[in-house]
Design a protein around this ligand. Sequence first.
Ligand code: NAD
Ligand code: DAU
Length: 355
Amino acid sequence: MILVTGGAGFIGANFVLDWLAGSTEAVVNLDKLTYAGNLQTLASASDNPRHVFVQGDIGDTSLVARLLAEHRPRAVVNFAAESHVDRSIHGPEDFVQTNVLGTFRLLEAVRGHWAGLPEVEKTAFRFLHVSTDEVYGTLSATDRAFTETNRYEPNSPYSASKAASDHLVRAWHHTYGLPVLTTNCSNNYGPYHFPEKLIPLMIVNALAGKSLPVYGDGMQVRDWLYVKDHCSAIRRVLEAGKLGETYNVGGWNEKPNIEIVHTVCALLDELKPRDDGKSYAQQISYVTDRPGHDRRYAINARKLERELGWKPAETFESGIRKTVEWYLANAEWVRNVQSGAYRDWVNKQYGATPA
Ligand code: NAD
Ligand code: DAU
């Protein structure tokens, strides 16, 4: 079995659901259930005996040690993090707490467990750390896409905290020999994305008749990857990645934000036209820019393709259509997130104190 942290968040939950569907191996899912953790996303796995959900903090060393001793996972996949750049600007402390201190404590618990394993299990064990392209900083329009050898130049409290966590993971390999792998991925989109992030926010605001807030001039570029493709990349790195290596993951889909917003509006115009027949693009409103806003990210994912044979399955066109269709078909999930009702799901489904 494997231990996944942060498996009730956007990418972690997609990973857990895909894992349960595609393998016979069990998953222990450790998640603190912050505002971003949503057990409703995992509702289809709630009766699955191969999914063990545990509410808890990656920084709780004794809990993690107990879970490792009890379940003896062959791998830990660390998704748990504070992930929203805007929140990190308003309140950086939680980011340092979870992304830096939490990762440190998780590494220590894993190291203690791993060191005591019999040789065969010890050799097979993996710690895969899920990170971001934002650690490399920002690019100009003509710069080359980030490779794994780019310097770390994080610019936001979020990316600085992720960079720190990447460095800890690297050091635990170099110093203690912990068998680690790190992935640095570009912007994900797809089902179950919390509507504080660009794409889901635009979809839900458009449908609610609200304005579509575009920061600054809307010409910042992100490199978009459908979440299921990120999950397949992680599975591939877990399976065949070289110990101590980092792998960039991306979809070769660089787009300016304003183009993303227009694409979302055009799909909604087609799939759920406004009552007045006008385009959702009328709701676009330019707002004050994000402080320190990185201008451009672009991932060169050639190493992962060349060494491990991974490629994304979705184009941006196919992935964004699936995403908009998913949000239209899952209005209740969105309503529960917006009303906060998803938080009641823990009690309803698992009782007051989840296992
Ligand atoms: P998310 O915010 O949707 O989910 C994070 C999950 O971690 C939540 O379920 C939350 O409850 C849990 N969590 C937070 N603090 C915790 C703690 N101390 N202990 C245990 N659980 C905790 O994030 P996401 O978008 O799914 O991102 C997952 C990972 O992937 C993060 O490490 C992020 O940095 C990285 N990443 C995200 C993207 C993206 O586009 N979303 C791209 C590249 C990398
Ligand atoms: O690059 C990977 C990163 O992508 C991950 O590490 C982060 O966890 C993830 O949140 C994401 O960060 P971004 O800041 O790029 O994502 P976000 O969806 O917040 O914003 C995408 C772009 O859209 C960014 O340039 C800011 C802009 N934006 C965002 C929001 C929420 C707007 O213009 N308006 C908005 O309302």
